[in-house]
Design a protein around this ligand. Structure first.
Ligand code: SF4
Length: 347
């Protein structure tokens, strides 16, 4: 059976206006997300990876409509029809809000410390008119069981739980709304490594049993690879490479993805891999470099890269890369950039 395209993002842009000052010029606008396009199929996990400040969380917040995009469209399939999330009426917006939930990075600030778990769960259910009080309580108990917590925990307060338990509670709260899609923004990065694995495995089990679709945002490529069917790599507000998870692992073509991949440990005794160290920080989105935004840190940078922004080009089945070196042979690329042949073979 063909799966439907649940979410389609077309040329999404999010720009924050500069602050007005009492005197002098206002500070310049910041483009946090620029011309991002991709689609997410029903039941898949689409991973978004990139350094801090690359715009991945802003993208997630635009998808759940916590932030309003300044350009582009977000199409969500609902009851057989595509609806533009960036242009919904009040009623439709309220109804669709339930279908796309978000799990945030910090489980400590996601729950109100003065509300019991029951109160935190009950409010959104009540607002959306789901069941009467006892039915809602039964539902909350069931959701807590699903995330391997005891139902009577609903009478406790967030301060009584560990970080891992709180994140399970946040996942259960998102599930209580019966969503079709969950945007997970760095859901395990605030947790200990041992707890991370438990939460990731739980999320995978829930996806299988409930047929959920995830957008999984993280800065750690190994975690994103473990969770995702397809991956989009973001750099300074743009997607620079998209491919399925296996293909990104085997044949990562963008120099930025290569650097991220080189930081992923190889679990094979005696096998070493060359570590690519990127120099400098991600440039400020207030004043991004001209041409390819990665050029100040790219070891293959050519004159063309400083002037012309590369488009996201098709390079193979479901694989897209935004780099001027694509389409060249690795030898031509090495000659053009004067780098050792062993490095050029990756391109
Ligand atoms: Fe590097 Fe040029 Fe490709 Fe940008 S376009 S990633 S600077 S080679």
């Amino acid at each position: 059976m063909n799966k439907r395209e649940l979410l389609t993002i077309e040329h999404l842009t999010k720009e924050y206006a500069g602050r007005r000052r009492f005197a002098g010029k206002p500070s310049p606008a910041v483009k946090a997300v620029e011309d991002v396009s991709f689609s997410v199929m029903e039941g898949e996990t689409f991973g978004i990876v990139g350094e801090s400040g690359c715009g991945k969380s802003t993208l997630g917040k635009c998808i759940v409509r916590l932030h309003k995009p300044t350009g582009g469209n977000l199409w969500f399939e609902d009851e057989g029809e595509k609806r533009d999330l960036s242009n919904l009426g009040k009623e439709e917006s309220f109804r669709l809000r339930r279908k796309i939930q978000m799990v945030f990075q910090d489980p400590y600030s996601s729950l109100n410390p003065s509300h019991s778990i029951l109160e935190s769960f009950d409010e959104p259910l009540r607002v959306h008119g789901i069941g009467n009080r006892s039915q809602r309580q039964e539902k909350i108990a069931e959701m807590l069981r699903r995330v391997n917590l005891q139902p009577d925990y609903m009478f406790r307060f967030p301060g009584e739980f560990s970080g891992g338990q709180r994140q399970r509670i946040c996942i259960a709260r998102a599930l209580a709304m019966e969503p079709e899609m969950i945007v997970c923004d760095e859901p395990v990065s605030a947790l200990d490594v041992s707890v991370q694995a438990q939460v990731l495995n739980l999320m995978r089990e829930l996806q299988e049993s409930l047929g959920l679709t995830y957008i999984f945002i993280a800065h750690d490529l190994s975690v994103v690879q473990y969770m995702s069917d397809r991956i989009g790599v973001m750099y300074l507000g743009r997607i620079v490479e998209i491919a399925d998870s296996e293909r990104i692992h085997q044949s990562h073509l963008h120099p930025y993805t290569q650097a991220l991949m080189s930081a992923v440990p190889v679990p094979v005794y005696g096998r070493k891999q060359e570590r690519i160290l990127l120099e400098g920080d991600v440039p400020s989105p207030v004043n991004p470099p001209p041409g390819c935004k990665f050029h100040p840190r790219c070891r293959y940078c050519m004159e063309r890269c400083r002037q012309e922004e590369p488009e996201l080009k098709w390079v193979g089945e479901g694989h897209y890369v935004a780099c001027h070196l694509q389409g060249k042979t690795w030898r031509a690329a090495v000659q053009a950039t004067n780098f050792p042949e062993s490095l050029g073979k990756r391109l």
